[in-house]
Design a protein around this ligand. Structure first.
Ligand code: CP
Length: 310
C-alpha cells in the first residue's frame, strides 16, 4: 500500500529523534549552500507553492529559494493578489492549487489550525509557515540549528525568550522543540503579554528580564507588534525598551559567551538595541542562512524520505 503523504504542522507532534534527524539533515544542507552549491537534484520535477495570507520576507523567500536550490518548480501566491479577494474560501483555494499537481504547499495564515485543515484536504505535503498564535515550526528548527552550530549542543543549555509571549507562535514552537532536546527554557515579558500556566509547557515565566536571562546561554528577543500597544497591552515602545528591551547592560546578567537571537523582522531600539543587533553576540544573520537550510531539509525529507524518521 502507498505510504500516506506527510506534513509538518508543528513541533508539538514531533519526537526528539525526528527533530534531531531534521537538524542533522539541515546541517548538511547548510554546508552545501555555504560552499556555494545552490543546485542539487533532490526535488527535480516537483512543484512547491507558497500560499501566504500574511506578509513575510524571510520565510517566504527562503521556502522559494530552498525549493529552487533543490531544482523544484516554485511559485508564490498571496491573499491580496489572488481570487481570495473575490471571496474564494481557504479550502477551495488550497484544493485548486493541489489540482495543479503540486507536491508541497507552505501555508502562512492568521488563523491557528489553517495549515492542518488544508493538510486534511489536499494530496500535497503541507508545511506550516506560521499559523496565528499556534506554531511556526521551521522558525524554531532554524533557531535550534543555529544554537547547535554556535554552542555545539542544545541539551543542558539555558535559553531565555523575552517579549510578547502571549501572541507568539515562534515561542510555542521553540518551547516544544528546545525542551524535547533537553534545554532549560525561561520566558520573560510584561504581565499583559504573558499567558498563565506557562509551567504546564515545562518552562519558567518571569516578569523581569534580569530574572529570565540570568546565566542564560542564549537570549532570544521576540517581535513586539504595534497593534498590541494600540490595544493597551503596554504603554509605549520607549517604556517597553526601558524595561524589556535587550541592551548591553541587561545582557550582563547572561553568561559572558551568550548568543543573541531574534526571528525577525526586528524593531531596532524596541526588542533589542542597535548595538546588540549589530554586535559580536548577535547570530541574527546566521539564523537567516539556517532558514534556507532547514526548509531544504524539511522539503527533502517530506518528499523523498516519507517524513522525519531516519
Ligand atoms: N521570522 C519570520 O517569520 O519572518 P517573516 O515574517 O519575514 O517571514
Amino acid at each position: 500500500m502507498e505510504k500516506r503523504k506527510q506534513d509538518l504542522l508543528g513541533l508539538k507532534e514531533l519526537s526528539a529523534a525526528q527533530i534531531e534527524n531534521i537538524l542533522s539533515h539541515a546541517a548538511e544542507m547548510k554546508k552545501l549552500i555555504k560552499s556555494g552549491t545552490k543546485k542539487i537534484p533532490n526535488l527535480q520535477g516537483k512543484t512547491e507553492i507558497n500560499l501566504f495570507y500574511e506578509n513575510s520576507t524571510r520565510t517566504r523567500m527562503s521556502f522559494e529559494l530552498a525549493a529552487k536550490y533543490m531544482s523544484a518548480n516554485s511559485a508564490n501566491i498571496t491573499a491580496s493578489g489572488s481570487s481570495v479577494q473575490k471571496g474564494e474560501t481557504l479550502l477551495d483555494t488550497a484544493r485548486t492549487l493541489d489540482m495543479m499537481q503540486t507536491d508541497i504547499i507552505a501555508v502562512r495564515h492568521s488563523m491557528s489550525g489553517a495549515p492542518a485543515l488544508i493538510a486534511k484536504n489536499v494530496n500535497a505535503s503541507v508545511i506550516n509557515a506560521g499559523d496565528g498564535m499556534n506554531e511556526h515550526p521551521t522558525q524554531a528548527l532554524l533557531d535550534m540549528l543555529t544554537i547547535q552550530e554556535k554552542k555545539g549542543h542544545i541539551d543542558g543549555l539555558k535559553v531565555a525568550i523575552v517579549g510578547d509571549i502571549e501572541h507568539s507562535r515562534v515561542v510555542r514552537s521553540n518551547i516544544y522543540g528546545l525542551t524535547k532536546l533537553g534545554a532549560e527554557v525561561t520566558v520573560g515579558g510584561p504581565s499583559t503579554l504573558m499567558p498563565p500556566f506557562m509551567e504546564k509547557l515545562g518552562v519558567k515565566a518571569f516578569r523581569s528580564v534580569h530574572e529570565a536571562i540570568v546565566d542564560a546561554d542564549v537570549v532570544m528577543g521576540l517581535r513586539i507588534q504595534l497593534e498590541r500597544q494600540e490595544s493597551g497591552l503596554f504603554p509605549s515602545m520607549r517604556e517597553y525598551f526601558r524595561f524589556f528591551g535587550i541592551d548591553d547592560l541587561k545582557l550582563k546578567s547572561a553568561k559572558p559567551d551568550v548568543i543573541v537571537m531574534h526571528p525577525g523582522p526586528v524593531n531596532r531600539g524596541v526588542e533589542l538595541s542597535t548595538s546588540v543587533i549589530d554586535g559580536d553576540r548577535s547570530v541574527i544573520n546566521e539564523q537567516v542562512t539556517s532558514g534556507v537550510a532547514v526548509r531544504m531539509a524539511v522539503m527533502d525529507m517530506l518528499v523523498n524520505n516519507g517524513g522525519f524518521d531516519k
